[in-house]
Ligand binder design. Structure first.
Ligand code: MN
Ligand code: MN
Length: 463
């Protein structure tokens, strides 16, 4: 028989669920199927441009149409607004008045990577290279000595823009950043990890064969530019108007004997972007107007016209309010948003940076992060108790396994999301997403169950 203390504990203490204890056979099968769909999406969406393309494909298959400013909208309509091919807003107009607000899930589709400089091509010491400038927060040493693929676009002198994508297909060559052999790395190994590899040494190895003219100079560079000219019709000057990124050439794989984890490049934040899309598509019968936003530039501070600080977001809400006969200020005031972004999963190999009681754990469900920021909550949205309570209630009713966490110990570091830029527009926002192991590494890890719970959480919010 349970003692009085045990009974009281049962009643009063909070107990965190593990997602596996809350899923029946059917749900586990759904989770597996969902994870397979995600892995296929992730494999073809390694940059923001590719993620937008994949989102447009998925949306059009489900009857979404391209939206332009000024288009009239009515309940039941399904639209997407493609912002310059790098960010996308998908929305479905609900039957309730637009002044009731919009249910929004905002994730980002850019990830840390290595961008080419505008004058990238050179040769040195018998090797051809591209000069690079890294994008987002990376630990530079992780990006050397791994296979990298190139993704992006080049706008030529005549204004024509061509796609550039090499290194993903089985037969493609890949690219590489050299590192020093341990035998000669005594000096390097004494440096801090931040200094061991410098930004200017992240040069991409792209070839070594000289142009067949022994009297010519810069023969390797010449041979490489000749190859690129034959294949793409470009010259060295065209790199000035190009956006090309080197990303890990790894494909998403299951990790572990039990296959419960997924390893991939760019989980942050496509692991929240994909559920934002699937949740929007799944909740077609909602009376609410719902919107999924896939934003660019989060990893560099959300600036630029494709980042979450852009006016484009407010412009779209203004347009919808105008067309549906609502006050746009009231629409924003009554809108509710999930800032769908990842959290740092507790890692038992590095327990010193986490505070266990307030860290996210893999397989404990979607992570609700009330505030981000650094030090004394500097640079954060900090959702209200009322809004967290509102969201909590939705998840509990829908049987979603969820947890709450902050990002690491107080004063150890910190981070931000798009939440603060959305709440600035007078919208209620809270952060929500998947716990990631080795965040921002070339190959990150997440748990399938957390991915699946994130989809269910966003779907319940839209419903
Ligand atoms: Mn993120
Ligand atoms: Mn990030």
């Amino acid at each position: 028989m349970a003692t009085k203390a045990e009974e009281l504990k049962e009643k009063l203490f909070f107990k965190q669920d593990n997602a596996y204890d809350k899923m029946d056979e059917a749900q586990r099968a759904q989770m597996q199927q969902y994870a397979a769909g995600y892995m296929s999406f992730l494999g073809q969406a390694k940059t923001e441009r590719e993620a937008v393309r994949a989102a447009v494909r998925m949306a059009e298959e489900r009857g979404y149409r391209a939206y332009s400013f000024g288009d009239a909208v009515k309940p039941g309509d399904k639209f997407y607004f493609n912002n310059r091919g790098k960010s996308i807003y998908l929305f479905r107009i609900g039957s309730e008045p637009i002044e009731q607000g919009i249910r929004i899930s905002a994730a980002h589709i850019d990830s840390p990577r290595i961008d080419l400089k505008q004058h990238p091509v050179y040769e040195d010491g018998g090797m051809g290279f591209f000069k690079t400038h890294y994008y987002g927060g990376i630990k530079k040493y992780q990006w050397t000595a791994i296979p990298l693929s190139l993704h992006g676009v080049i706008t030529k002198a005549d204004g024509q823009t061509i796609d550039f994508n090499i290194g993903e297909d089985e037969g493609d060559p890949v690219f590489y950043i050299n590192d020093l052999l341990p035998h000669l790395a005594q000096e390097q190994m004494r440096k801090t990890m931040a200094e061991g590899i410098s930004g200017e040494s992240l040069n991409l190895l792209i070839g070594s064969e000289p142009y067949p003219d022994a009297d010519a100079s810069e023969r390797i560079k010449l041979n490489l530019l000749n190859l690129l000219n034959q294949k793409y019709g470009i010259t060295e000057a065209d790199f000035m108007s190009a956006e090309i990124s080197a990303v890990p050439a790894f494909r998403p794989r299951e990790i572990g004997f039990d296959r419960s984890l997924i390893g991939a490049y760019g989980h942050d934040d496509r692991v929240c972007a994909y559920p934002s899309l699937t949740a929007l598509f799944e909740t077609e019968d909602s009376r609410h107007t719902c919107m999924a936003i896939l934003a660019d530039k989060e990893e560099t501070g959300s600036d630029g016209n494709t980042g979450m600080k852009t006016w484009c977001f407010v412009d779209i809400i203004n347009e919808l309010a105008r067309s549906l006969g609502g006050n746009p200020n009231t629409v924003r005031m009554n809108s509710k948003c999930l800032s769908a972004d990842v959290n740092a999963a507790f890692d038992p190999n590095y327990p010193e940076v986490f505070e266990r009681r307030n860290a996210s754990h893999i397989n404990e469900g979607v992570v609700l992060t009330k505030f981000t920021g650094a030090r004394g909550k500097s640079g954060t949205n900090d959702a209200s108790a009322e809004f967290v309570g509102y969201v909590r209630n939705i998840f509990d009713k829908a049987g979603v396994v969820w947890q709450t966490a902050e990002l690491g110990k107080v004063d150890v570091g910190g981070g931000g999301t798009v939440a603060m830029y959305i709440s600035k527009k007078n919208i209620d926002v809270v952060d929500l997403g998947v716990a990631v192991v080795s965040m921002h590494a070339p190959y990150e890890v997440i748990a399938k169950s957390d991915l699946y719970m994130t989809h269910r959480a966003i779907a319940a919010f839209f419903q």
